[in-house]
Design a protein around this ligand. Structure first.
Ligand SMILES: Cc1cc2nc3c(=O)[nH]c(=O)nc-3n(C[C@H](O)[C@H](O)[C@H](O)COP(=O)(O)OP(=O)(O)OC[C@H]3O[C@@H](n4cnc5c(N)ncnc54)[C@H](O)[C@@H]3O)c2cc1C
Length: 394
């Protein structure tokens, strides 16, 4: 690894212009420090995403929800166990959410970061980080085939799954696991009640994962699958073929996919003057695969901590990011992971049983690592699920 020439030093460099990186950059710039975001792609939001967020994601983004950023208003969900007749409807005031227009949403986050004073360079792929005495000092990136080196005081690895920053800086990524996904953007689907997202589970449908149908509007839907231990595409195609009521007249206009971390947060998210945020740090709710809001929260907290560390002139101040994120978000992620580990051992019959006794609130609390204790108390009163699930979740 060798740099061509040296550029100016920034107070902080953020690798990756996703939800995590753009929030981190905004927070650092807002406190008056120089910050640069390096993004390898030529546009924002090129990665596949089902684009579902809870309404509170806009609070985290500190941006008001507005039409260009939103494709569809969501008022709830249908969750289907293997026996689809046992589908559970989740709806009501607190389940409000959106299917984003994620690219526009990222443009809005980028706009806020840039207006706060952040630099943003596209088509700059970071290849590695140089360390000196355990501290990250510079990184090498490629722009138009040319290698360049740039120095910084603090570094944010918000470069998603397969993070170069995490690997170069020697973060402990043991146990990091992703679920591979495939997503089609489909036109002319007949999605009933298209303000409800639809989730399908079961070993025949999506082994150790689920299928989603998220309508973006009356014309277009994100239809995808995550599975483990089996190829995703045949399962998605089979699902589509077996649901003619939705897909008979539909066509695929775009195919994408990618890995989603499902093993919880990595062991360390701070190493000296480097913070890992978002998918790079495994900060995704394992059951739902939702990572937009959790990543923005991470970027926001890490950005604030870096600004504090710069103000204090003290690298150890950055350690506060670990505790500040862990208190709420880390706890939710680890609770959801615990539930996932139990769910993945259940048979389809168990899932059907679960579907028949769970309420919408129960599903939301379990999946999102919210009030798991309340649901466990309910399950422990059931003769079969007490043994299969509740005892393992205590
Ligand atoms: C198919 C699919 C569906 C999903 N659906 C949902 C959903 O409905 N709701 C939800 O909340 N979450 C969803 N997620 C997860 C969500 O997309 C991520 O958790 C979230 O985007 C993570 O944000 P991030 O900023 O950490 O990383 P990313 O969004 O991955 O951004 C990382 C950025 O870093 C850039 N980058 C990577 N390497 C380098 C490098 N070496 N140099 C420079 N730049 C680099 C990338 O190009 C990218 O722009 C889905 C994911 C997938 C794959």
């Amino acid at each position: 690894m060798s740099g061509g020439f040296k550029e100016m030093e920034y107070d902080a460099i953020v690798v990756g212009a996703g939800p995590a990186g753009l929030m981190a950059a905004r927070k650092i710039a807002a406190k008056g420090f120089s910050v640069l975001v390096l993004e390898k792609e030529k546009d924002l939001g090129t990665r596949a995403c089902a684009e579902a967020v809870s309404a509170s994601a806009f609070e985290t983004a500190e941006i008001p929800p507005s039409p260009p950023l939103i494709s569809n208003n969501i008022s709830g969900a249908y969750v289907f166990p293997p026996d689809e007749t046992k589908g559970v409807k989740i709806s009501g005031g607190s389940y409000r959410g959106y299917i984003l227009n994620k690219q526009q949403f990222l443009y809005a986050l980028a706009s806020r970061a840039v207006s706060a004073g952040s630099d943003l360079w596209m088509r700059c792929e970071v290849k590695g980080v140089k360390m000196e005495g355990g501290v990250a000092r510079s990184l090498v990136y490629f722009k138009k085939g040319e290698s360049k080196e740039i120095t910084f005081k603090y570094l944010v690895g918000a470069d998603g799954v397969g993070s170069v920053v995490a690997r170069s800086c020697g973060f402990d990524l043991s146990g990091f696991e992703i679920i591979p996904t495939i997503q089609y953007v489909m036109v002319n689907c007949g999605v009933p009640e298209n303000d409800l997202i639809r989730i399908y589970m079961g070993k025949e449908v999506a082994p150790l994962g689920y299928v989603w149908i998220f309508a973006k509007n009356e014309y277009i839907a994100n239809v995808g699958i995550g599975v483990r231990g089996a190829p995703a595409k045949p399962y998605l195609d089979k699902f589509i073929a077996s649901h003619p009521e939705v897909f008979e007249k539909a066509k695929v206009v775009k195919e994408g996919g990618g890995g989603v971390p499902v093993s919880g947060q990595v062991r360390e998210i701070v190493k000296g003057n480097v913070a890992l945020c978002g998918d790079a740090a495994g900060q995704v709710i394992p059951i739902t695969g939702g990572g937009i809001r959790t990543s923005m929260e991470a970027g926001s907290i890490a950005g604030d901590c870096i600004a504090d560390a710069l103000e204090a002139g003290e690298i150890s101040t950055l350690k506060r990011y670990t505790t500040a994120y862990g208190e709420y978000w880390g706890t939710r992620i680890s609770r959801s992971l615990k539930v996932l580990r139990v769910l993945e051992k259940l048979s389809d019959d168990d899932l059907n049983l679960l579907g028949s006794i769970m309420s919408g609130d129960d599903i939301v609390d379990l999946a999102n690592g919210l009030d798991v204790k309340r649901v466990v108390e309910k399950l422990s009163r059931h003769p079969v699920l007490a043994m299969r699930m509740a005892s393992k979740l205590l």
